[in-house]
Ligand binder design. Structure first.
Ligand SMILES: Cc1cc2nc3c(=O)[nH]c(=O)nc-3n(C[C@H](O)[C@H](O)[C@H](O)COP(=O)(O)OP(=O)(O)OC[C@H]3O[C@@H](n4cnc5c(N)ncnc54)[C@H](O)[C@@H]3O)c2cc1C
Length: 435
């Protein structure tokens, strides 16, 4: 296929690949890898291009997995399902729902591919729940030497803690077995609360709720809290009607928000007043619906994002430091700072490896220069023992990531074994893992 210029969602990365291939089976993925090797160019699968970093940049052969999608096996009695690697999370949720199943947890959006999401450590919120990679039970990996390798806790088990969150550095995922749960309803309660109370209560509050997060709009003293409670599938649902959904998601959440951000980028002095409005009554709502319709929402206002995991109880200190640095520099920040929490896990490159984690995400509208703000935020997050999300902006490299991950060198050893010739690398992977 003739290669067109590829850009990621955030417009932070672009590339024109040597060529694009659209394999529709594991064997076709293996053939595409062999052809790339024969031509002496690297090869990389892409998902939905929703990483802010250059992790998905494919200057050689870009594998578009649109034709490698769908639910290929379902065991409704155990909830174990197999998804083809290019399946978008939204499509997967709809397919699972037909079988009375659901993802255990999801992040804020669901347009990503299952492979892209797990490969970067995508996560939602909930102290009892890990990121998406923890929901995996097995994968099939197309390797640099032309094999379709099954990897799980029982097959090629020494590769499992690396392969379930592999940054796209180990090979091309062809299918993924996911442990799902019976479909359930989420009751969401969103309302503003005083920021200081939320910060001081975060360790306790995040332990009490099933899924809790909050958004702090800089220049205000309020946090918009979102508390999602898990209920059985037959619980009373009170979904948002089409008119209210359009009003909330399209008009207020995207359309009007874009206008306000644009005005704020031209006239920054307006931002504090807009933020007070945004964190106030406009976003108070209660809704109960099937989980996948509540976890994820539309994000059409483009932004730049950095997100770090920090130890669970570091949130209040980080947020107060961020508040101070924003005011000291006189920055006017229209986008909220988002805070979430997850369980610890044992995945080698998971940002929650070995510790219960809070996640702090800072954003800036895409028409504004984000550099100084993100640099200041990164200094604060690093000082709190932070680990950057692999798909979101950061400046870390292998030398300073190594001490943050106890199994970093084990991962690099797996990479050396599976991809000694660096068939799957790109500039980003060379930076964060070493060349
Ligand atoms: C608006 C927005 C909201 C977001 N919300 C969240 C959130 O709530 N929580 C969160 O944690 N993150 C979030 N993210 C980040 C996002 O989930 C990750 O960046 C994710 O990787 C994007 O998935 P993708 O399908 O677009 O993958 P891409 O960005 O296209 O690719 C990511 C990586 O996966 C690799 N990859 C893709 N397919 C394969 C395959 N078959 N085999 C091997 N490697 C593969 C690519 O090579 C690349 O290394 C958000 C991003 C945006 C833009």
């Amino acid at each position: 296929m003739t290669a067109k210029r590829w850009r990621n969602w955030a417009r932070t990365e672009q590339v024109t690949p040597v060529r694009v291939e659209r394999p529709a089976s594991g064997d076709e993925v293996v053939d595409a890898i062999a052809r790339a090797r024969a031509d002496g160019v690297p090869v990389k699968a892409i998902g939905a291009g929703h990483s802010f970093t250059g992790i998905a940049v494919a200057p050689g052969v870009q594998l578009d997995l649109t034709d490698l999608a769908g639910l290929t096996a379902v065991d409704a009695s155990t909830g174990l399902v197999t998804l083809a690697a290019g399946t978008r999370l939204r499509d997967a949720s709809a397919l699972l729902h037909e079988h009375g199943l659901a993802f255990e947890n999801l992040g804020d959006i669901d347009v990503q591919s299952i492979s892209g999401a797990v490969s970067t450590g995508t996560h939602g919120t909930g102290r009892a729940f890990g990121g998406l990679a923890t929901q995996l039970r097995a994968v099939t990996l197309a390797t640099a030497d032309g094999r379709l390798m099954p990897i799980s806790a029982t097959e090629n088990a020494e590769l499992w803690p690396a392969a379930r969150l592999g940054l796209g550095a180990l090979g091309v995922l062809v299918d993924l077995a996911v442990q799902t749960v019976p479909a359930f309803v989420l009751a969401a309660d969103e309302h503003p609360e005083p920021l200081d109370a939320v910060l001081d209560d975060w360790p306790h509050r995040s332990a009490q709720a099933d899924h809790v997060e909050f958004y702090w709009f800089p220049h205000t003293r309020f946090a918009l809290t979102r508390n999602n409670t898990r209920l059985p599938a037959d619980a009373l649902r009170t979904p948002v009607g089409p008119v209210k959904r359009w009003l909330d998601d399209e008009l207020l959440g995207n359309g009007l928000y874009e206008v306000l951000c644009r005005i704020g980028s031209i006239a920054p002095g307006t931002i504090p007043a807009f933020n007070r409005l945004a964190s106030g009554v406009a976003f108070t709502r209660q809704v109960a619906d099937y989980s996948h319709r509540v976890f994820a929402s539309e994000r059409r206002v483009r932004f730049r994002e950095m997100e770090y995991s920090v130890p669970l109880d570091a949130v209040a200190s980080v947020m107060r430091d961020l508040d101070r640095v924003i005011e000291q520099n006189g920055w006017r920040i229209s986008f909220p700072i988002e805070v979430r929490a997850t369980a610890a896990d044992d995945v080698w490159l998971s940002t929650a490896h070995g510790r219960e984690s809070s996640y702090i995400a800072v954003h800036r509208y895409h028409r504004e220069d984000a550099r100084d703000y993100l640099a200041a935020a990164e200094a604060i997050l690093r000082a709190h023992d932070g680990r950057p999300h692999w798909g979101k902006l950061h400046t870390r490299s292998a030398a300073d990531l190594r001490p943050a991950y106890p199994r970093f060198d084990d991962f690099v050893a797996v990479r050396d074994r599976l991809d000694p010739d660096r068939v799957f690398t790109n500039d980003y992977l060379d930076r964060v893992l070493g060349a």
